[in-house]
Ligand binder design. Structure first.
Ligand code: NAP
Length: 251
């Protein structure tokens, strides 16, 4: 892995997702040079094909400077739907430097067949409020970064599943460091073994983390789900194939 090294590739992928890795694979297979950018949040990230850089760019100005210096043919923002800051920065920096930008975003779960059975909320504060009336033994799967927002739930038992251990986890919490995907049987077993009676998650979308939603439904466990932030104003595709075609037209 390269630390902020010079770009010798023609496409910049803002990554950190399975889709970003699949896109890097697909483009590399087509002979296109790619540089994937990771924020550096995960200790042992699964690395994509091609070159990789790690760490922030330094806001919009930093990213714009980086684009001017390295001049990629295009940028694909394939970051997580909840990574709203880097997506907004990409829109502003690409507009300023006139580098074509595409957003690759997996479809959300708002059209899921079970979507009407879930409690949809706007932010972590509302997650905590909803938990009050729905359960006492939560499985928390909203990610490591939002854990500070659990307020007084930090003093009560919860099973918290994360990829990397959180900093200063509350003593009352049971932390499970696991990297998905998890299948339906695994999810059902986990919820049964821990007597889970409420699940918190966010609308990450896609199929890789979806079995927990089915498992919760099977076991009658209510689901609290955080809506996605406002999407960036940019052309969006939902599949790696569509993003690959878009890139091949430009690279
Ligand atoms: P964020 O809030 O949108 O970004 C915060 C800052 O981190 C950005 O301003 C940028 O720093 C840096 N950054 C984020 N993604 C980057 C990337 N791919 N390459 C270089 N710098 C990046 O993002 P986040 O929610 O912390 O997520 C960080 C990364 O984890 C993203 O790449 C995302 O795809 C991945 N991820 C996030 C979630 C989630 O739930 N948020 C889940 C799974 C994976 P500068 O301003 O200094 O450039």
């Amino acid at each position: 892995m390269e630390e902020n090294g010079p770009m010798t590739s023609s496409i910049l992928i803002l990554g950190g997702t399975a889709e970003a890795r699949s896109l890097a694979d697909a483009l590399t297979d087509c002979g296109t040079r790619v540089l994937s950018s990771l924020a550096g949040r995960v200790q042992n990230p699964v690395l994509p094909a091609g070159e990789v850089r790690v760490g922030g760019f330094g806001g919009v100005d930093g990213l714009a400077r980086w684009l001017v210096k390295n001049r990629p043919a295009a940028v694909v923002d394939a970051t997580h739907p909840f990574a709203a800051n880097i997506s907004a920065n990409a829109v502003a920096a690409c507009a300023r430097t006139r580098v074509p930008l595409l957003r690759l975003e997996r479809p959300g779960w708002s059209e899921h067949t079970l979507a009407d059975t879930w409690r949809w909320v706007d932010d972590m504060e509302q997650v905590c409020q909803a938990m009050e009336s729905l359960g006492t033994r939560p499985l928390i799967t909203t990610g490591r970064q939002g854990l500070d927002h659990y307020g007084h739930w930090r003093e009560r038992w919860a099973l918290v599943r994360v990829v990397d251990p959180p900093e200063n986890p509350p003593a009352a919490w049971e932390i499970l460091c696991r990297r998905g995907p998890f299948d339906l049987d695994t999810e059902r077993r986990l919820m049964r073994e821990h007597d889970i009676d409420v699940l918190t998650t966010k609308d990450s979308g896609g199929s890789l983390t979806e079995p927990k939603l089915r498992a919760a439904h099977d076991l009658g466990v209510p689901v609290i789900i955080v809506r996605r932030p406002t999407p960036p104003e940019v052309d969006v595709v939902n599949t790696v194939d569509a993003a690959t075609r878009w890139v091949l037209e430009r690279a």
